[in-house]
Design a protein around this ligand. Structure first.
Ligand SMILES: [Zn+2]
Length: 113
């Protein structure tokens, strides 16, 4: 099982984990075995659900059509789908974390509602 498969397995249980370097105190995403910054071995850590929207756009990928957003959580960038009208910079939470067709499928909602 590769590293990303392990992330997907955990995501099926509703939690998002990423590689985390204890030395740099930084998350490393996409998940890796070694830190991007100091090359130390990293471990898995749960990503905090509270973040904010960095960017949004529209996807035309078949089966993935719709508005998506790039969210920042614990300093890493995660792509998710948004349902409501949301603004760049807005605070969001990962409402649902699941796996659809072998991919991460995360729904962001505004944290103010
Ligand atoms: Zn490091």
């Amino acid at each position: 099982m590769n590293l990303f498969d392990s992330v997907l397995e955990i995501a099926k249980g509703g939690e998002l984990v990423s590689s985390y370097c204890e030395k740099c105190e930084k998350y490393v995403w996409p998940p890796k075995y070694y830190c991007n910054y100091c090359n130390s071995k990293v471990l898995f850590k749960i990503v905090k659900r509270e973040g904010r929207i960095l960017a949004k756009g529209y996807s035309n990928i078949p089966g993935k059509k719709g508005i998506f957003a790039v969210g920042e959580f614990n300093g890493i960038r995660i792509i998710g789908t948004i349902k409501d009208k949301m603004m760049v910079g807005e605070s969001i939470i990962m409402q649902e974390i699941r796996v659809t067709n072998g991919r991460l499928d995360i729904i962001f909602v505004s944290s103010s509602t």
